[in-house]
Write a protein that binds this ligand. Structure first.
Ligand SMILES: [Zn+2]
Length: 198
């Protein structure tokens, strides 16, 4: 019996899970645009914003702007929470990217997190969402954590390749699982979040 147990344990592969913290400035491939047919009841109030910049891209080509920017330039509001748009599992957390100032061009390690800065990726089963440029030291979720729709995950920030406080929000597909212990990773393709009501 003991021998059998040892045999079984040695063949169990437990995937390593990390919250990846680094000041690297890496490069992830540009993501391709695709129109995925996803019908879900999203939490559309992903964050509060004063302005937005739309997704840009045509099918089967590298996206020009890989998500929607929700920009908040209201200086009277210090903390702008960011929420998970659906239930899902956190599969990637990037921390360690600095931010110079919330409302001016970030000049500190702009390519940290491959330009996404501090960010979180959530697996919703059929697809993923990414929340980028989060304020340093405000990510309140960890890799492996199961979230419900509308869970607060962090505060909006200006880390990475960012010029003012905003949330860059992506919806994407990826075949190979995220390696949570490595540098930032691209989706295989991204879809315009606007088609889901954002
Ligand atoms: Zn953006």
């Amino acid at each position: 019996m003991f021998r059998y147990l040892l045999f079984t344990i040695s063949f169990l592969t437990i995937p390593e899970e990390c919250d990846y913290s680094s000041k690297e400035q890496e490069v992830a491939p540009i993501q391709t645009t695709s129109t995925a047919l996803i019908k879900e009841d999203f939490f559309l109030n992903v964050t509060q914003y004063t302005d937005r910049l739309e997704f840009e891209g045509i099918d089967n080509s590298p996206a020009i702007h890989e998500g929607i920017d929700f920009i908040n330039e209201n200086r009277r509001i210090d903390d702008v929470p960011v929420y998970s748009v659906l239930a899902g599992k956190v599969v990637y957390v990037r921390k360690g990217c600095p931010e110079e100032h919330p409302f001016t061009r970030n000049n500190l390690l702009r390519e940290c997190g491959s330009g996404w800065g501090n960010h979180v990726v959530i697996d919703h089963g059929q697809f993923f969402t990414r929340y980028a440029h989060l304020r340093p030291n405000t990510i309140s979720v960890s890799t492996g954590e199961q979230l419900t729709k509308g869970n607060k995950i962090a505060l909006m920030g200006n880390s990475g390749r960012s010029n003012k406080r905003h949330l860059h929000f992506e919806v994407g597909l990826k075949d190979i699982p995220f390696n949570s212990c490595d540098v930032a990773q691209s989706f295989d393709s991204v879809t315009d979040p606007k088609i889901f009501g954002f």
